[in-house]
Design a protein around this ligand. Structure first.
Ligand code: TV1
Ligand code: CA
Ligand code: ZN
Length: 406
């Protein structure tokens, strides 16, 4: 009746738990779990749930999280809240992880790069444990569907937190659900390709598998000085010369595509298809994990690229055409209405549905979020106005592809 159909010849599973929506990282913190509410409302509003098997996520267990993370860190995450933070920090077991304090620190760092100070990248907030173990549980359930061949494409928009390290939170990421997923996959699949189109470098995933030739990591990201101040764009790693840990069997199994600000659709398509195509050909993966961070879209509050939702989605379609078992994850994305548009569109692509462009405004909680006087209530529009000058020269991008190819 709404025209939504299940995909022919394959299955898609969707993993989510609405309890992740209520979380607040802090008043001015750019990470807004509310974007997941908006995404859910678009997905349901268009009727895409009829095209997939939907699963309510359950929290991951501590033992599952310990497959990658440090046991002390996992115990801390499982107990931490704004109320328990100070007492936990005082316990000898955790106190040893606290960095020494400096006189003029604006942010009071506790152990594991966590903090209750305003302005911290990785704050301790109410309900944080619930949130972390739920997004991880959703990714692990999605992974289980793939490894047991119960599905062909599994989706978790609340996952994709690529910066978390073994014993430390970083860049809004606490538990690295991607690493945990790939570790599970390695028990069933000979080789896993990880592709990351978030505007930030997927450093946590790359680092975790730097000695693992069965995992290839490939990240596209903004790289270089942030602005006139000369500070590097976060996290400052992922140079083109970074291809895995030198002198180990993992060398050559990391690929990085560092990109200047303002890249447009045509240039991104060229880079993505050339490099991803070659990586798939050379590595011959048995499964793919795609982190779809939507902060690579134009108009993102933190990103500096200028690509549109249509091109972002074409990355998903390109990867899907391999017909390999595929895990689709979220990640960054700080202009909530555009994150929701992109991830809804990509859910449609995953299930082979074409959506009418007019957003069904009667079903979304905040229709005004999707109304734009100039462009109407389109799913793929408005095309983003350029906030960052295009610093990408075609010749440089071509040079990069050649360099990566060798
Ligand atoms: C609190 C309140 C925290 C306002 C953080 C932007 C804030 C940022 C805030 C912010 C912000 C970053 C750094 C900090 C170097 C560090 C999910 C010492 C307006 C996957 C993570 C970006 C991206 C971290 C995560 C970055 C992801 N940018 N306002 N913090 N300094 N941190 O630069 O890849 O998308 O910005
Ligand atoms: Ca990236
Ligand atoms: Zn990001």
């Amino acid at each position: 009746e709404n025209g939504i159909t299940r995909p022919k010849g394959y299955k898609v599973s969707f993993h989510y738990n609405s309890r992740v929506e209520d979380m607040h990282f802090g008043k001015t913190h750019p990470m807004k779990p509310w974007r997941l509410t908006l995404t859910k409302h678009l997905v349901l509003g268009y009727g895409l749930h009829y095209a997939m098997d939907t699963y309510e996520a359950v929290a991951a267990g501590k033992d599952q999280v310990r497959a990658f993370h440090d046991p002390d860190y996992v115990d801390f995450l499982a107990q931490v809240s704004p109320q328990t933070f100070a007492d936990l920090c005082a316990m000898p077991r955790f106190a040893k992880y606290c960095p020494p304090k400096h006189e003029n620190d604006t942010i009071d760092l506790g152990p594991f790069n966590l903090s209750t100070s305003a302005g911290a990248d990785c704050p301790v907030f109410d309900g944080m444990s619930t949130y972390l173990f739920l997004y991880t549980g959703a990714t692990l359930a999605a992974t289980h569907q793939l490894t047991t061949q119960q599905t062909d494409i599994a989706v978790n928009w609340s996952g994709g937190l690529h910066h978390a390290h073994r014993g430390e939170a970083s860049g809004f990421c606490y538990i690295n659900d991607i690493v945990l997923s790939i570790l599970d996959m390695l028990r069933y699949f000979p080789r896993v390709l990880y592709i990351d189109i978030d505007v930030h470098h997927g450093d946590g995933v790359e680092e975790a598998f730097q000695r693992q030739p069965r995992v290839m990591t490939l990240s596209y990201h903004r790289y270089g000085p942030y602005d006139e101040t000369g500070h590097k764009f976060f996290p400052g790693t992922g140079d083109i010369t970074d291809t895995g840990l030198k002198g180990t069997v993992g060398e050559h199994f990391a690929l990085n595509v560092p990109i200047p600000s303002g890249i447009d659709d045509r240039q991104y398509k060229f880079l993505f298809e050339a490099v991803t195509g070659r990586a798939i050909e050379a590595f011959n993966p048995s499964a793919i994990v795609l982190q779809c961070g939507a902060d690579s879209l134009g108009g993102d509050r933190l990103g500096q690229f200028n690509i549109n939702i249509k091109q972002h989605g074409e990355c998903v379609s390109f990867v899907k055409r391999t017909r390999l078992p595929l895990l689709i994850l979220g990640g960054g994305g700080y202009t909530a209405r555009n994150v929701a548009r992109a991830w809804c569109h990509e859910t449609a692509l995953a299930t082979d549905n074409v959506l009418p462009d007019a957003i069904p405004l009667d079903i979304v909680p905040r229709p005004e979020a999707f109304q734009n006087r100039a462009h109407g209530n389109g799913l793929l529009y408005p095309p983003f106005q350029r906030l960052h000058n295009n610093e990408c020269k075609d010749a440089d991008l071509e040079g990069m592809v050649k360099k990566i190819d060798t």
